[in-house]
Design a protein around this ligand. Structure first.
Ligand code: T5A
Ligand code: NA
Length: 217
């Protein structure tokens, strides 16, 4: 019998839905259970490309819309083979935002020709998650968790469009199978409990099927 591969678990959702909070908790929980886990986040602001993205998001520099879209995607491709290697070595990878954000935030800008389908193309071939936990929070609940920060996309009009496009992406034939919607409006502990159950289910399904790590199709 070959050793079990690690799993690719992604957190997505609107701003302030609790992605980073729940990522940290899941990583700690899996490590407590003795699993080997790597914690990643996109954008990864530490690489040269990530530094360009950080400067763009914080308003320190401008980028043409197609260019910044491709930089976000390139920032994932920089780590793609490392992610595959970790998973094939039996290490589970938990990721805070992934290509789903990549598609919807760029498409939300309304640039002619940059629709969801166009934005999705550079992501094809990336490691495909075993499960994407979409933390769903109403605009009202999100507003209670504090106002917008200073980063480029933290504006109401943009956020409303992002919300609509996430809903559209969840209907896409490939993403529909991978995305699980989690009600992120309850307490941190309650959301965490729900996530543990969903992660256990997705991981045991992957183990039972013996499916190798797939690619975004
Ligand atoms: N982007 C990203 C692109 O355009 N293209 C891409 O390809 C990618 C990957 C930066 C921006 O880049 C864009 C999207 C973004 O605009 P980021 O750095 O991930 O992305 O964004 P952040 O601003 O760091 O994260 P968010 O604002 O989205 O917040 P989180 O991580 O969802 O929420 P979290 O955990 O920090 O919690 C927010 C607050 O709520 C509280 C927390 O304590 C915190 O104060 N909280 C709760 N309160 C009550 N009940 C709960 N259940 C709570 N859970 C958390
Ligand atoms: Na975050």
């Amino acid at each position: 019998m070959t050793a079990r591969r690690g799993k690719l678990i992604v957190f997505e959702g609107l701003d302030r839905s609790g992605k980073s909070t729940q990522c940290d908790r899941l990583v700690a929980h899996l490590r407590n259970r003795g699993q080997r886990v790597e914690h990643l986040r996109f954008p990864d602001r530490t690489t040269p490309i990530g530094k360009m993205i950080n400067s763009y998001l914080s308003g320190g520099s401008q980028q043409e819309d197609h260019v910044i879209h491709l930089l976000f995607s390139a920032n994932r491709w920089e780590l793609a083979s490392a992610i595959s290697t970790l998973i094939n070595d039996g290490i589970t990878v938990v990721v805070d935002r992934y290509y789903y954000s990549g598609c919807v935030y760029s498409a939300a800008k309304g640039v002619v020709g940059m629709d969801l389908e166009w934005c999705r193309q550079p992501e094809v071939g990336l490691p495909r998650p075993d499960v994407c936990l979409f933390l769903d929070l109403s605009a009202e609940e999100a507003a209670k968790r504090g106002g917008f920060g200073l980063e480029r996309y933290e504006k109401k009009e943009m956020q409303d469009r992002v919300r609509e496009l996430f809903a559209e992406l969840r209907e896409h034939k490939d993403e529909a199978d991978d995305i699980v919607v989690v009600d992120a409006g309850c307490s941190v502990g309650e959301v965490e409990e729900i996530i543990h159950g969903l992660v256990d289910e997705a991981c045991s399904l992957a183990d039972r099927s013996g499916l190798p790590l797939r690619s975004v199709a």
